[in-house]
Design a protein around this ligand. Structure first.
Ligand code: RB5
Length: 146
């Protein structure tokens, strides 16, 4: 189950991604928004990030205008590694090296074609573990110290 969410700035892109995943028979849980009306991205990021952190959804995709605000909000939830990406290399590497569990993109930054390629890479690339696990463990240690 893939979690999807956006504010108004990422709404159209989120809808494109939702249709693309549905075409492939991938189950999605849509956390909104459900219209282009203005909403605050933290109100969408928080419940979605909690669902991913709890394992209710395997991964998440969040879109706002830039992808930045919604990624900052999602990263406040313990266990979340949300990566704001606007190129395919980063979308792939953030899975291999960071074990990112949420991909964030900007609806005012990337077009749908690029966003769907990044979505494919993010959903289909495995974490490499090894030395990268050690680094992720240190991020978790920072969370524990808060
Ligand atoms: C909303 O206007 C915009 O600020 C938001 O979508 C996002 O870009 C914030 O980082």
């Amino acid at each position: 189950m893939i979690a999807l969410g956006s504010d108004h700035g990422g709404f159209a892109l989120k809808e494109e991604i939702k249709a693309y995943l549905a075409e492939q028979g991938i189950e999605v849980r849509d956390f909104g928004s459900f219209s282009p009306q203005a909403v605050d991205y933290a109100d969408i990021a928080y419940p979605l990030a909690k669902a991913v952190a709890a394992g209710e959804c395997t991964k998440g995709i969040l879109c706002c205008g830039t992808g930045i605000g919604i990624s900052i909000a999602a990263n406040k939830v313990k266990g979340i590694r949300a990566a704001c990406c606007s190129d395919c290399f980063s979308a792939k590497l953030t899975r291999q090296h960071n074990d990112a569990n949420i991909l964030c993109m900007g609806g005012r930054v990337v077009g749908a074609g690029l966003a769907l390629m990044m979505t494919d890479l993010f959903l289909n690339t495995e974490f490499e573990g090894g030395r990268h696990q050690t680094r992720i463990d240190k991020i978790a240690e920072i969370e524990r110290k808060q």
